[in-house]
Every structure is written in C-alpha cells, then in structure tokens.
Design a protein around this ligand. Structure first.
Ligand code: AHR
Length: 329
C-alpha cells in the first residue's frame, strides 16, 4: 500500500516536472524564437525610429523580443546581456554604445552557446568569433560623403562676402568612444586632407543629443563667432540644437553657416525645407526586418555573412520637398 502511494507521488512529480519543463522551454513557446536585444537608448530621433523598427519587425516575424533600453550606459548593456544569458534566449543582439570593453561579456555569451548579432555599431574585440554578424552602416563612408558634398557645394552656397582661401569648420562629434563618432570623423578628415583651405577649427562631442549640441555650439560661437563658415554635425539632433544656438546668436543657419549632418530623419528634411540645414547624409534605422531575417536564418542553422551593410543616400536641401512625403522615419 505504502509502496503504491510512493509510486503515485513519484509519478505525479515526474508529470509536474515535465509540464513545467514544457512550459518553460523557449522552443515550445508557440514555436517562437527568443531574441534579447539591448538598445543604446533614446538619445536621438534615429534611435527611437530604430527601436520601433526592431519592435515592429519582431511582431511581424513572430519572434519573442526581450527589449532592454540601456539609457546610453555601457554597464546597463552588460547587465542586460548577462540577464539574456541567464534567461537562455536563443539569440542576443545589441547596439554597442561604445567600441571597447565587450570581450568579457561576449565570451560569457559564447560559453553559453548563444549567438550574438551586433547591430548599428561595431566593437573592437580582437576575437571575431564572439559575434556571428555585424549589421549596420559604413560610418567612415558617411563621413566621406559629408565632406565630399561640402567641397563640391560650399562655393555656390557660401555668402557672397565669404572667402574661399580659408573655410573654417566646426565639428560636433557623437558619443566619445562610439564607432559612429570615431568613423564619421575619420572619413570626413580623410577627404578634407586633400583640401588644405578647409580647416576644422573646433571639434567637440555633443553626445548625439540636441541639448548638448546646442550647448557646445553656443561655446563655439562664443569662441569663434563670425569666423565659423561650416558646421559638420555627426547627427541630426546635434545639428538641430546647434541651429537653435546659431539663431540665438543672431545668425542665419544654412546661410551664414553652412550645415551638413547625418541621419536624414524627417526633421532634417523639414529643416532643409526651412532653409536651415543644407545637406543630410542618410543612415537608415529601418533594419528591424533585416535583423529578424538574420535571427530566422540562425535558427534554421544557416551561416550568416560576417558583415551586412545597409544602403544609404545623400539628400541635399534641393530634393527635401520632394522626398519628405515618402520618408518613413
Ligand atoms: O549609431 C547611430 C547614431 O547614433 C545615429 O546617427 C545617431 O543619431 C545616434 O544616436
């Protein structure tokens, strides 16, 4: 009798354990793959559009998305990645806020056998087996495009009284240590070194935000005033902050100071139509579907290319009106 009771308890325990295992097993959650994604934050319109694209695409592809906002802090991203590892997600993706300092946590993901996809920004870890692919733009090329557009168009856009013998540029850089800040600067300078009359007289971080962009441009204007001919801003949000600073200083953005910036979000098109911004170099945040395709392929056991580059254009102010209605972000 006692033996039978023990047997029944044992059987019940096994059944309960099995039921628990079935419900907690990620592969059985309606067959959905689980993606842990750590986003940098919402510092810019670009980042917000990128988060939306990823969230929308996850729904469309029926991928369970664990989304974490790092509020621009590397330590928050490291915490999020560790929590994804603990939750045994199928794939981890993240946009690294800065380039360095990822080796340890990426090795932890590797040890747990969880593939990692880098999105938007790269890392400088030596061991490339720590991630399966990097999906994002070529930031060096964006810097080059900004510079090429400038040298090809400055003469016809400059105020009549401005000279061509020296063109003074101020630069608003993105987050210190981030790949877009490092690479956009690199690409811009690579072209500019062939044009010795173009000089970068001030260069400082505006942290990719509107508020900091305004603050730093204020300081540039106080130090250099009317000497400034051109502003190169590494993103739209800093450009828009700087535009406000220029107007408050009693100058005309887009006329007294020629402005080229990166991102090509809707606001940039509106600023171009208003004549306050001269050119926007595109970096599309809409790669959510490409990321989900990559997750699906990984889950199907396919080998991904090590680098997936997104396609982008250059939009000068003269095409802004025509393009605005078709902008999705
Ligand atoms: O990493 C992409 C860059 O980061 C975008 O250009 C910028 O707007 C953002 O915050």
């Amino acid at each position: 009798m006692r033996k039978n009771i023990l047997k029944s308890i044992f059987t019940i325990l096994i059944i309960v354990t099995l039921i628990f295992a079935v419900f907690s097993c990620k592969a059985d959650k309606k067959g959905k793959s689980v993606l842990g994604f750590s986003q940098i934050g919402a510092e810019s319109e670009w980042q917000t559009a990128n988060s939306k694209s990823i969230q929308k695409a996850a729904e469309k592809y029926s991928i369970e998305l664990k989304f974490s906002d790092a509020q621009q802090k590397q330590e928050n991203q490291i915490k999020a990645i560790r929590s994804f590892i603990a939750q045994k997600v199928d794939v981890i993706a993240f946009s690294p806020v800065v380039k360095s300092g990822w080796d340890i946590v990426l090795n932890e993901a590797k040890a747990a056998n969880i593939p990692v996809i880098l999105t938007d920004r790269a890392v400088d870890a030596k061991d490339e087996s720590l991630w399966v692919t990097f999906l994002g733009s070529d930031f060096v090329e964006e810097g080059r495009r900004s510079a090429k557009w400038l040298v090809e168009n400055y003469e016809k856009l400059k105020r009549a009284d401005k000279k061509m013998d020296v063109v003074n540029i101020v630069e608003l850089q993105g987050t210190v240590g981030s790949t877009p800040a490092i690479d956009r600067k690199l690409g811009f300078e690579e072209v500019m070194k062939n044009y010795p009359n173009y000089k970068i007289i001030k260069s400082q971080t505006g942290e990719f935000t509107r508020a900091k962009g305004k603050e730093v441009m204020d300081a540039f204007l106080k130090a250099e005033g009317k000497k400034i001919d051109v502003l190169f801003a590494h993103n739209y949000d800093m450009a828009i902050g700087a535009i406000q600073a220029i107007e408050e200083a009693g100058m005309k953005p887009g006329k007294d100071i020629i402005i080229v910036s990166i991102d090509a979000v809707k606001g940039a098109f509106e600023a171009m139509i208003a004549g306050k911004l001269n050119c926007s170099i595109e970096y599309s945040p809409l790669f959510g579907p490409q990321l989900m395709e990559a997750v699906k392929d990984l889950m199907a056991g396919k080998i991904l290319p090590k680098r997936i580059v997104t396609n982008e254009s250059v939009f000068p102010a003269e095409v802004a009106e025509k393009e605005l209605s078709s902008r999705q972000y």
